[in-house]
Ligand binder design. Structure first.
Ligand code: SF4
Length: 330
């Protein structure tokens, strides 16, 4: 069957007064049905631009999808009419963001807001919609009686639960979650992630989870794609990527992650900074920071190459030296 989401060779740039921001530079991946894919990388890697492109929400100008195709359930989002886009955004794809407050209307009760979302997608009256809204609240672990409270009466974690309830009210096939737990404190993060995972399995959805945190991916995702400077540098099952890391940048992410380190090992931040997206280096964009870089790395962009299973990496090291291995795997 057709994959739920398929992105082919996506290029998205933003024209600014200072120059052209090359946010996404030839990105391809597929997401199957009832699967969760973590899209990982530092701020500025192009993760959110990718998410906005899937909904065809890149503001033009200054943004422009220069090329590529994005299929949701077999239909190219970039060729849809406005009416088709509206239907897709409501029925097939829902998105939740880092800051729940921006997604909530401060002057409506949360019950009203969930009910409104339900009524956009189902032919039910106000009373029935409010009953369903209270059911949704129960599902996300909030007492139904709280349907009559306003967003400011809830904590950050509770608000994010409300946002999840609104997103799920239209039974989307695909949930795009952009740093959904980043603004929450650690214990609440874990609860909200557990809840999301539970609901995704129950409602047979797929999820694209955007995060800078490999720990979150380990908790929730079947597969992981690591992004750097607008490209995927490594993709595979979570197990493959965690247990047999192939890209030097992914290794760097692991080394800088406190909760995944063995006790007693030092945390090592990745040296240097992300390249300026207005002035990307020629060759591998990670070369200026890469401890394994050789000459060819500064000259040509490595392409994503399969290394067995579903695991692929974009790194010259493996072509240059058949015995190339990362420190982490030695
Ligand atoms: Fe490092 Fe070269 Fe691989 Fe880029 S292509 S990650 S610079 S070894």
């Amino acid at each position: 069957s057709t994959p739920l989401l398929e992105i082919q060779d996506l290029v998205v740039h933003f024209e600014t007064e200072d120059g052209c921001v090359q946010a996404v530079n030839g990105l391809s991946f597929t997401l199957g049905r009832e699967k969760t894919l973590g899209l990982v990388g530092e701020t500025g890697a192009g993760k959110t631009t990718t998410a906005m492109s899937i909904l065809n929400l890149i503001p033009n100008p200054p943004g422009k999808i220069k090329s590529g195709k994005i299929f949701v359930d077999g239909h190219n989002v970039l060729e849809m009419t406005d009416a088709e886009l509206q239907t897709m955004r409501g029925n097939d794809v829902a998105m939740i963001f880092q800051d729940p407050m921006t997604a909530l209307n401060p002057v409506l009760t949360i019950g009203e807001q969930i009910a409104e979302s339900i009524r956009l997608h189902q032919n039910v009256n106000k009373v029935q919609a409010m009953e369903q809204a209270q059911e949704m609240l129960k599902l996300v672990g909030i007492a139904p009686s709280r349907a009559f409270d306003y967003p400011h009466q809830f904590s950050g974690g509770m608000r994010q639960r409300v946002v999840i309830a609104i997103a799920l009210a239209c039974s989307p096939k695909l949930l795009i979650a952009d740093e959904p737990t980043t603004a929450l404190d650690v214990t609440i993060q874990a609860q909200v992630l557990d809840l999301m995972q539970d609901l995704i399995v129950k409602s047979q959805m797929s999820m694209l989870l955007i995060t800078h945190d490999l720990g979150v991916v380990a908790e929730v995702c079947d597969d992981v794609a690591v992004m750097y400077a607008g490209r995927i540098v490594e993709i595979g099952s979570t197990e493959e990527v965690f247990n047999h890391t192939l890209h030097p940048y992914t290794e760097g992410l692991f080394d800088s992650l406190p909760n995944l380190k063995e006790q007693g090992e030092d945390l090592v931040p990745i040296q240097g900074m992300m390249p300026d997206p207005m002035d990307l280096p020629s060759g591998c964009a990670f070369a200026p920071r890469c401890p394994y870089a050789v000459d060819v790395c500064h000259e040509s962009v490595p392409s994503l190459t399969n290394r067995g299973g579903t695991h692929a990496v974009a790194c010259h090291g493996y072509q240059q030296d058949p015995n190339f291995t990362l420190r982490r795997n030695r």
